[in-house]
Structures are given as structure tokens and as C-alpha cells.
Design a protein around this ligand. Sequence first.
Ligand code: C2E
Ligand code: MG
Ligand code: MG
Ligand code: MG
Length: 284
Amino acid sequence: QAKSAGRNTARFFDPVMQAAAAAHDESVRDLRRGFAGQEFVLQYQVQVDNNGEITGAEALVRWNHPERGLVAPLEFIPLAEETGIILPLGQWVLETACNQLHQWSLQPLTANWSMAVNVSALQFTQANFVEHVSYALKKTGVNPRKLKLELTESMLIDDIEDIIDKMNHLKKQGVSFSLDDFGTGYSSLSNLKQLPLDQLKIDQSFVQDIMSDPSDAIIARAIIVLGHSLGLKVIAEGVETQEQRDFLMVIGCVAFQGNYFGKPLFAHELNMQTDPGDAAASSI
Ligand code: C2E
Ligand code: MG
Ligand code: MG
Ligand code: MG
């Protein structure tokens, strides 16, 4: 017992670990403060079809931090998941995105746009996840067919039957599902067979060097063939150049997202792009 107490004491007084623990606590406090202070905002990145027409957008959360400015999700989502803050934050994202979707549905140029929303594993495993999504849909009155939930392969290592059950409940309401970052996670092809998915999203890491790395090109093409053979839609993310878009079209891709078409923007910035009264955006 003395030995373990000694070990604990040594650990407690390790200045490096103590500093790390204090910094972690401070980050958690800051995240809670930020959520309570409504500092989170959504940007939207358009998705386009093979004619270049916008079909919808993906909602991407940012933390508008008073000192740090706009903070990217990868810098706070892991902590939000670790602390459970992702639950209220994720629900806020869902409701805010649905609200925006409702706004779009009221305007001619955006009336048919869909909305993709990222869902974290912790959110999905909550017993009341289906009810939470239904609530967001009812509250905003949007057509559930316009809502697409993005799952990642990392969440598929949990109870697959429970995941399928929840997906089916939501699919009955019209909600669709996309498997994000496809090809980088743990998913086995049998998961792909079992899950009631609607879309695969080719991870941007395969798109990035698609023009120079033959392996990436082969993998991207295999994903497209696999997806289409299984009756799924396939979208490529992280498309940055016309060459990448053209190449992806040649290998059969008909849906795209990436900075080539538009960076993630605030809703009012998107409106400027699509407002028919805006001379700069008008094609007439
Ligand atoms: P993701 O869902 O795979 O989103 C795509 C990421 O790629 C976004 O990064 C987007 O800004 C970036 N991206 C888009 N086009 C390009 C491009 O042409 N080139 C490059 N280099 N990057 C591009 P972002 O916004 O930093 O988001 C990172 C990740 O954070 C997302 O990856 C998603 O997994 C997660 N995330 C974002 N919003 C939420 C959210 O509301 N909830 C949850 N749980 N996760 C979220
Ligand atoms: Mg995504
Ligand atoms: Mg992705
Ligand atoms: Mg990604």
C-alpha cells in the first residue's frame, strides 16, 4: 500500500503531468463556457452533381472563440466527445442545420437543397437518438427526405444491431445515411452489406493525390464501383481542382464536395452566391 501511495505521490508531483492535467481541465472549462455562451456556429459546404448544380450542403461546426477566433472542429470535437458535451452540442448542430434547411426550402434557388449533418458515435449510441432527430425535424418542419446523416466507420465497431435498428427507424421517416471518410476506418465489407446506407463518401485522402498516385485512383474507382453495385450513391469529398473533378467523373463519380466548388461558408455568405437578385451571382 505504501508503495502504491508512493507511486501516486510521485505521479501527482510530476510537474509535466500536473501541467498537462491542468491544461486539460482548463480546456474542458473553456469548452463548457463556450457552449453555455453560444459561441458555436455552423458553416455550410455545398455539394454538387455532375452538371455542377448544387444539390445541398454539409453543415460543419466551428467554435467562434473570443480569443482564438474560428476554431476548427478537429480541435474540440474529441474533447466534446470525451466530456459528453458533444450530446447537447450535436443536438444544437442538428436543430440549427434543420432550421437552416427550412430557410432554404422557402427560397426558389435553394428550395430543393438537402442538408448533411455529421453525427458522432456517442450521439448515435444514446437510447433516445431517434427521438432527438425526430424532434429536430418536427420543430423545424423540414422534409425528412432532405436530411442526410453522416456516420463514420469508427462508430461501427459498437453494437451493429442497435445501429441498424436506429437507422431503420429514421429511414422510415425518410432520413438518409451517408458513410463519411469511407476507406479510412474499421468498417468491414460485411458492415457495408448490413447497414441500410444510402451513400458512401470517398475520403478526401484518396482524392487529394488522385492525379499523381495510381493507388489512390484505383481505390477511388473501386469505391465508386462497389458503392454503385450495392445500389448506393457515391460522393467524393475534398475536391480541390477541376482536374480532380474531371478524373472523378471519368471513373463514374456523379456527386462532389470540396473547395473547388466552394469552401465552407456562413449561410449569409451562401445566400449572396445564390440570391437571384445578386447581379454578381446571376447567370442572366
Ligand atoms: P468531414 O465530415 O469529413 O468534413 C470534411 C472536412 O474537409 C471539413 O473539415 C471541410 O472543411 C474539409 N474540406 C472540404 N473541402 C475540402 C478541400 O477541398 N480540401 C481540403 N483540404 N479540405 C476540405 P472541417 O470543417 O475542419 O471538419 C473536420 C471534421 O470535423 C469533419 O470531417 C467531421 O468529421 C467533424 N465535424 C464537423 N462538424 C461536425 C459536427 O457538427 N459534429 C460532429 N460530430 N463532427 C463534426
Ligand atoms: Mg462529414
Ligand atoms: Mg469526410
Ligand atoms: Mg474527413
